[in-house]
Design a protein around this ligand. Structure first.
Ligand code: Z5A
Length: 209
């Protein structure tokens, strides 16, 4: 059977990476084979594109060039890593995917949704998440966590209003896709969020059985 494809989304510092690691441990303990990966990145070519995108020295990058680079990294990631893993029955846990483009380049930068959807189709082909978890957190809280880590990358350096639009973008996306995209309150403790994610997944696994 094709593997499950689960993506994690939300504003900067919302706790995705922490929760993906928790879920990986939980699923592996149950006998699942799991691939943990991230966007932009996940393959050598896509990681090189990531370097370009997040380098604070590239503040002249145009919105259209930024969009195409995120989609180019995704096309490579899907072809080289995600699709083969899913076809071999592996569960794929991905830190960000096409919904990040809808929120950051769409809601954040103001690029038209229909154009983004067209590019998503080219980049992802037939690969789309079975479940997307948005960890929702007030922007200031997420940015404070990210700042505590040190030097901000090019996307983190965008102003608070940009990150607020991104947060709204994720909430609107969930409202448009209630079956696939589920919101979890990111102000809860790490353990509470992990339990909520496991409950969502249990529902999905039961529905598939
Ligand atoms: N981007 C885009 O614009 N378009 C696209 O198509 C894609 C991405 C795919 C990638 O940056 C940037 O690219 C991102 C979106 C953009 N930019 N922004 N802004 P990234 O991959 O480097 O960064 P990120 O995805 O935003 O993740 P992050 O900053 O690493 O955060 P996180 O993974 O969500 O959080 P975390 O590392 O799990 O936790 C952050 C800290 O909070 C850490 O110290 C934890 O211990 C702590 N934490 C976690 N959970 C909790 C709870 N529940 N309570 C308290 N503290 C917690």
């Amino acid at each position: 059977m094709r593997g499950l494809f689960i993506t994690f989304e939300g504003v900067e510092g919302c706790g995705k990476t922490t929760q993906i690691e928790r879920l990986r441990q939980h699923l592996e303990a149950q006998g699942h084979t799991v691939l943990m990966t991230r966007e932009p990145g996940g393959t050598p070519i896509a990681e090189a594109i990531r370097e370009l995108l997040l380098d604070p020295a590239h503040d002249a990058l145009s919105p259209a060039a930024e969009l195409l680079l995120y989609e180019a990294a995704r096309a490579q990631h899907v072809d080289e890593r995600i699709r083969p893993a899913l076809e071999s029955g592996t569960t794929v846990l991905c830190d960000r995917f096409a919904d990040s483009t809808t929120a950051y380049q769409g809601a954040g930068r103001g690029l038209p949704r229909e154009e983004l959807e067209h590019l998503h189709r080219i980049a992802t082909g037939d690969v789309w998440p079975d479940l997307t978890i948005v960890i929702d957190l007030p922007v200031e809280a997420g940015l404070a966590r990210a700042r505590a880590r040190g030097r901000a990358d090019r996307m983190e350096q965008q102003d608070v209003a940009f990150h607020e639009r991104v947060r709204q973008g994720f909430l609107e996306l969930a409202a448009r896709n209630p079956e696939r995209v589920r919101i979890i309150d990111g102000t809860q403790s790490i353990d509470e969020i992990a339990a909520a994610i496991r409950a969502l997944l249990a529902g999905l696994l039961t529905a598939r059985a």
